[in-house]
Design a binder for this molecule. Structure first.
Ligand SMILES: *Cc1c(COP(=O)(O)O)cnc(C)c1O
Length: 467
């Protein structure tokens, strides 16, 4: 499969090169030249197969031509195994009654759904780089969640060094310890004396120094990388099959930040999975749900909420949907994105919005409504959910078009990852799963550096093995 940029001016690449490239050189995002299809017979053939087997079948057409099949099957099998995902179904379904199901995506090493893609992405990076005799230096900034998932994905991999910047004293203790207790020679935690924005600015500045970028072979594992979207299509398929597809169609509700997760659902739908609707759940940072209401995408200030992984102003993956919505017209997408960058606003034509609203619904929940959903779910079903999951489930309840339709709400984090919000809503403090039970006793490894580009750059240069 070949990949093209949403802006139309970057070279056409295969899967392995898209993986290593991330953002396209014209500023666009890579998308497959065409989508593979999943038809009824294919869905029936998935029934009773393991998650890893389904994952290979769903992803292979997108990978073919750039990685040997045996190696790919081995990496997928290694990823979706009991050593990595601590549930035999990998992404299990939990029945909440009233035709509503939770799809639990948090059984990976860092207890959030990002593991589902990143655990495979780390293996893919290592495989492609080793077979080319190359190395990369991964640099990223985190306000909490992404950093630990990236570190777990890259740890102990010979072809990668990973440097994650977090704001000193400004991430939760669970989140910090999930990063700093990883004992691996290629993992470097840097606490920056500053805010998350300072960390992000430092990372941008390091990437912007082209000499440094080439010397260190800097790369990122952020969610604009197509290789992070593709593995997320698999759990939509596995859930649909488990609930009776192709005979049964369903609706998915997704707590949304960067639009990566719900985009994967839309891709599965375009491939042929019987998805009636996709529900976008927003917290107070509701740029997407406002857009669905008005047809205008408009930037606003970021507000901190109890679902911090969705405290995002611009959903970068939205560009991929925009590309499909406008018949893959790269020139038009470029104009819209340039308008958005220049003015903080973008208007989508009414007929396109009508098309979008046939599939997408959106609802916004503030922190008080999120706490209510956590409390009522606990009272009604005895299931504890985290605040992100509650945004999705609350949106699912608000947007149900048909009371008999099957609704699947994506559970994106384990409740123990956000124990304070869960305890405040229910009076119950969720316990960490056994593999993390001793998290607070493990030694931490990190350095604290000033908010200074030259200091951070020389630390990276000193510790990276790619030079
Ligand atoms: C990253 C994240 C989200 C948002 O997912 P997107 O793909 O960015 O929309 C939701 N919940 C949790 C727990 C996350 O870590």
């Amino acid at each position: 499969m070949n990949y093209v940029s949403t802006r139309g001016l970057a070279p056409v690449l295969n899967f392995a090169d898209v993986l290593l490239t991330g953002l396209a050189r014209d500023g666009g995002l890579y998308v497959p030249e065409r989508l593979a299809t999943i038809d009824g017979p294919a869905l029936r053939s998935f029934a009773g197969r393991t998650y890893a087997e389904v994952a290979v079948e769903v992803m292979w057409p997108f990978v073919e031509g750039s990685i040997e099949r045996d190696a790919f099957v081995a990496m997928v099998g290694d990823t979706y195994s009991p050593a990595v995902f601590r549930h035999p179904d990998v992404c299990p379904l939990v029945d909440l009654g009233d035709q509503t199901w939770l799809l639990e995506l948090f059984h990976g090493p860092t207890l959030a759904f990002k593991d589902v893609a990143l655990q495979l992405v780390g293996r893919l990076f290592d495989h492609v780089l080793s077979s080319r005799g190359e190395r990369l230096t991964i640099v990223g900034a985190t306000s909490g969640d992404t950093g630990s998932a990236a570190i777990e994905a890259c740890r102990d991999r010979d072809a990668l060094d990973v440097f994650i910047l977090h704001p000193a004293g400004r991430v939760s203790e669970v989140q910090r310890r999930q990063m700093t207790t990883v004992d691996s020679p290629n993992v470097h935690n840097i606490a920056i004396e500053g805010t998350f924005d300072d960390c992000q600015d430092l990372v941008k500045a390091l990437f912007g120094d082209l000499g440094f970028r080439d010397e260190l072979r800097l790369s990122a594992v952020n969610s604009i990388n197509w290789a992070r979207i593709l593995p997320q299509t698999v759990y939509y398929v596995s859930a649909a099959v488990a609930l009776g597809a192709p005979e049964q169609s369903l609706t998915f509700a997704v707590p949304t930040g960067n639009f990566g997760n719900v985009l994967a659902g839309d891709i599965a739908r375009r491939m042929g999975l019987p998805i009636d609707h996709l529900v976008v759940g927003s917290n107070r940072n509701d740029i997407l749900t406002r857009f669905l209401d008005t047809g205008r995408m408009e930037m606003a200030e970021v507000h901190p909420t109890t679902s911090p992984s969705m405290d995002i102003q611009v959903s970068s993956n939205f560009e991929r949907l925009l590309f499909e919505l406008h018949g893959r017209d790269a020139a038009l997408v470029t104009r819209l994105m340039e308008q958005f960058r220049a003015t903080g606003r973008m208007d989508v034509a009414e007929e396109r919005m009508a098309e979008l609203r046939r599939v997408f619904d959106g609802a916004r929940l503030d922190d008080a409504e999120v706490a209510q959903v956590i409390a009522s779910t606990w009272e009604r079903t005895g299931v504890l959910i985290d605040p992100h999951t509650a945004v999705g489930l609350g949106a699912a309840q608000a947007c149900r078009r048909d009371p008999d339709a099957v609704m699947v709400a994506l559970a994106t984090a384990h409740p123990a990852k956000f124990p304070d919000a869960v305890e405040a809503a229910t009076g119950v403090r969720p316990a960490l799963p056994t593999h993390l039970a001793d998290l607070f006793d493990r030694p931490e490894r990190m350095v604290t550096l000033p908010n200074d580009q030259a200091t951070v750059a020389s630390f990276v240069r000193e510790h990276a093995r790619s030079v």
